[in-house]
Design a protein around this ligand. Structure first.
Ligand code: TRP
Length: 325
């Protein structure tokens, strides 16, 4: 069976962009593949090394969101990156063979430096981000990596590293391929990319009231101020959401918005209802899991032990091939 692996940085409670862009895909894939999913806590340090006090809590939040979404520890190996130190050993070994230009021209890292306004705070560890990511993947000899478009460049570097290693020391690693999700990406409530830091997201863990409040405050078509004004659903974020979460009613909503019959307030109310309905089950499950944090942490500890068995075997093979065993 082919193996897949994916990871997520624990930066806080996950939002519906994560849910529909990644988690629902993980749930589907775990039925077909030998699946490894991990919490990439070391990757948080590449940008957030000044605020490490949030990492422990955020790891637990991610565990709750994953399990509530239906990721199943019986089907997938669920683990924590930092509990498998073999990743970091392999990272060091790989860093010796990666030519500087490969990391220097990494556009994704450059974008992170720009978007997070890191400037002189950008660290050596951040430069090595794609090497750590390559280690995460190849230490399990994964064939496929479900990721978003923004991660494709990192994955290309992984493939380059694999080819270089295999050429230098012997054929050990398969070249992993990206598995892109087909789900359309969900914009944030302001139309920008959905992100916690932009405060434009709807969280899995939000209450129904919070969700409704957020939807009601979203920006719609600026030309439509009063009920009766003619709307332009093609530029409206709320309409994009209707097309995703309220498929059956979307054509009618489009018509009634354009004709002026439907006002933004009731249009948003309908969306909030649909959204809350589609999240109800996951939210209920999350609530009941929240009281069992100790047990849940243990699931990830157990998974980390399973992962470590595989990782240490690969690391042995690497050291043998590099003649440092
Ligand atoms: N870079 C990924 C992200 O920011 C997280 C990640 C780390 C990852 N290592 C990985 C994803 C390995 C897939 C495979 O979302």
């Amino acid at each position: 069976m082919n193996r897949i692996l994916s990871g997520m940085r624990p930066t806080g409670k996950l939002h519906i962009g994560h849910l529909y862009g990644a988690l629902s895909n993980y749930v589907k894939l775990q039925k077909k593949y030998d699946s490894y999913y991990f919490i990439a806590d070391l990757h948080v340090l590449t940008t957030n090394y000044e605020h490490t006090e949030t990492i422990r809590r955020n790891r637990v939040e991610v565990m709750l969101d994953w399990l509530a979404s239906g990721i199943d520890p019986e089907k997938s190996v669920l683990f924590i990156q930092s509990k498998v130190p073999e990743h970091t050993y392999l990272t060091l070994l790989l860093s010796m063979i990666v030519p500087l230009p490969w990391v220097e021209r990494n556009t994704t890292v450059k974008e992170m430096i720009r978007d997070l306004n890191l400037r002189e705070k950008a660290s050596y560890g951040l430069l090595g981000y794609p090497i750590l990511m390559a280690s995460d993947i190849i230490i399990y000899k994964a064939n496929y990596v479900p990721v978003g478009k923004d991660q494709v460049h990192h994955l290309e570097i992984t493939r380059e590293i694999v080819r270089r290693f295999n050429n230098l020391y012997g054929n050990l690693f398969p070249e992993p391929q990206a598995l892109l999700t087909e789900f359309p990406s969900i914009p944030g409530l302001d139309g920008k990319k959905m992100s916690k830091s932009l405060n434009n997201d709807i969280k899995i863990a939000d209450t129904e009231e919070e969700t409704t409040r957020k939807v009601m405050s979203a920006i719609t078509d600026p030309a439509k101020v009063h009920l009766g004004d003619i709307g332009h659903p093609e530029i409206c974020t709320i309409f994009k959401y209707h097309k995703i979460f309220n498929k059956e009613e979307a054509p009618q909503i489009e018509k009634d918005c354009k004709s002026g019959k439907l006002g933004c307030v009731s249009c948003k109310k309908r969306l909030a209802e649909k959204l809350n309905a589609s999240l109800k089950e996951i939210r209920n499950r999350r609530k009941s899991l929240a009281g069992r944090e100790k047990e849940i942490t243990e699931i990830f500890e157990e998974g980390s032990k399973k992962a470590q068995k595989v990782a240490s075997e690969t690391l042995k093979q690497v050291m043998y091939l590099m003649k440092i065993d």
